[in-house]
Design a protein around this ligand. Structure first.
Ligand code: ZN
Length: 175
């Protein structure tokens, strides 16, 4: 195993414990990853604005690398804190469905006729059965649209292919 001695903590470590640095003779930093990370953290704590601006600029210049790092740290988090990850997801989806329920309640009124709405759902299931494609019952004017709020009523409903509905999201253009 190839090793190197850190110039700061003096530990002799595997070369994999050193970040790469093209300007160095051996292609590696003189200080180990632990020391580098510590130094970076201290620097960030001492001057958070400067560090934030610096990493923001780097992310802007290296969008793909930044996305890869983001994904990796997300994956790591998920692997190392699985329970927390699940709890977080649950909280997110609960909040989302609470919002959806509230919007539905707000859009519900004398115009909401359960038996008429049920017909849409029944037709959707039948369509799925015949075509083998997933369909959604969609509110033509979204209940939580951008600047508009549709009503929860059968006259504001349509059957859409699930993929089209997901693409539509909450967009609705007022013409
Ligand atoms: Zn070190």
């Amino acid at each position: 195993m190839k090793t190197k001695t850190c110039s700061k903590c003096s530990n002799t470590l595997a070369v994999s414990m050193f970040y790469k640095n093209k300007t160095m003779k051996d292609g590696l930093m003189s200080t180990c990853k632990t020391c580098d990370n510590l130094r970076r953290r201290e620097r960030a704590l001492a001057n958070p604005e400067y560090e934030n601006a610096r990493s923001k600029a780097w992310r802007k210049a290296n969008p793909e690398a930044a996305a890869a790092i983001r994904k990796k740290s997300k994956d790591n988090y998920r692997a190392n804190h699985y329970d927390k990850y699940i709890a977080g997801r649950r909280k997110y989806y609960n909040a989302k469905s609470a919002k959806r329920r509230a919007a539905k309640l707000k859009a519900t009124g004398p115009w909401t006729i359960a038996s008429e709405i049920a017909k849409y759902y029944k037709a959707t299931r039948a369509l799925e059965y015949v075509t083998g494609i997933k369909y959604h019952v969609d509110h033509i004017v979204p209940l939580r649209g951008e600047g508009v709020c549709g009503l929860h009523t059968h006259s504001n409903m349509q059957i859409l292919r699930a993929t089209d509905n997901i693409a539509k999201s909450n967009h609705y253009s007022i013409t």
